[in-house]
Design a binder for this molecule. Structure first.
Ligand code: AG3
Length: 272
């Protein structure tokens, strides 16, 4: 019995998954990429030993990363995905009647490995999807404005390829590249373990008039509860109630309401 102890980035906490088979391990210019087949969660993608997605629960993360922003913006036409090389976020965005989705991931090998081992994860051939291999901090300076910007990156800690994305400078660029009703959303670590760090990142986003923390479950991420940050120029997600015209497995108008309802300890922390 091989047990792959997923390091999950917290030095005092691990999540272990029993592995059927290691399908791929390789090193790109930026990180170690691994794909393992597990008994409980199906195929799992790890970057630098940290779980990014599993076949069984990726819908929870991708639906919650994408739909709250997409339903809050009155008419999102152009969407920018930062990272997201596996394509799961793009898949959810493309379920909406958008005109263009630009996805910029720094690591071409992540895209290739995902296309090989998770071929059904994303609609790669959708003509509205434009995949660019570049550093998003560089690319954004050359880009025009977007209605929705979604950050689907690896963790900002420990120091890794995503670190420059979680900076005041980059968040200012994001603000500049949003249209008038523009909405920005990012995965934001588990606040239960990372109170101080999440609070610090929160402070980097204070220039957005609307700033909200929300949460959802993702069993393969440490703690099982993940948080997301919603930041916008004027659209407030809190009282939005819109059904989606396509089936979902996690997101619903009720879940939307529940996600922005925080447990007391978080509500106090993120009062602004
Ligand atoms: N993106 C980041 C998830 C963060 C996982 N972190 C962790 N397990 N410590 C996921 C990529 C899927 N599109």
């Amino acid at each position: 019995m091989e047990l792959w102890y997923v390091q999950n980035y917290l030095k005092d906490f691990e999540v272990g998954l029993r592995v059927k088979e290691t399908l791929f391990v390789g090193k790109s210019r930026f990180q170690e990429i691994a794909v393992v087949d597990t008994y409980l969660y199906g195929k799992v993608l790890l970057l630098d030993g940290i779980v990014q997605l599993s076949e069984k629960d990726e819908f929870m993360y991708h639906e919650m990363l994408v739909h709250p922003a997409m339903v809050t913006h009155p008419q999102p036409k152009r969407v920018f995905i930062i990272g997201g090389g596996d394509g799961g976020a793009a898949r959810e965005v493309l379920k909406h009647p958008v005109e263009e989705v630009v996805m910029v991931d720094i690591d071409e090998e992540v895209i290739e490995v995902c296309q090989r081992f998770f071929p059904d994860l994303a609609p790669w051939h959708d003509p509205r999807l434009k995949v660019i291999v570049d550093d998003a901090t560089r690319y954004i300076a050359t880009a025009s404005q977007f209605d929705v910007i979604i950050m689907d990156s690896t963790d900002p800690f420990p120091r890794g390829v995503a670190e420059p994305l979680f900076s005041p400078r980059f968040f200012e660029e994001v603000y500049q590249h949003l249209t008038e009703s523009g909405v920005f959303v990012s995965q934001m670590e588990p606040p239960f373990f990372e109170e101080e760090r999440v609070e610090k990142l929160w402070s980097y986003l204070r220039h957005f008039p609307i700033l909200r923390l929300y949460w959802g479950m993702v069993p393969t991420y440490p703690g099982g509860v993940w948080s997301y940050i919603f930041a916008s120029k004027k659209e407030d997600p809190v009282n939005v109630e819109r059904s989606l015209p396509f089936p979902t497995r996690y997101y619903s108008p009720k879940i939307h309401q529940a996600a922005f309802t925080l447990p007391v300890f978080l509500e106090e922390l993120f009062k602004r």
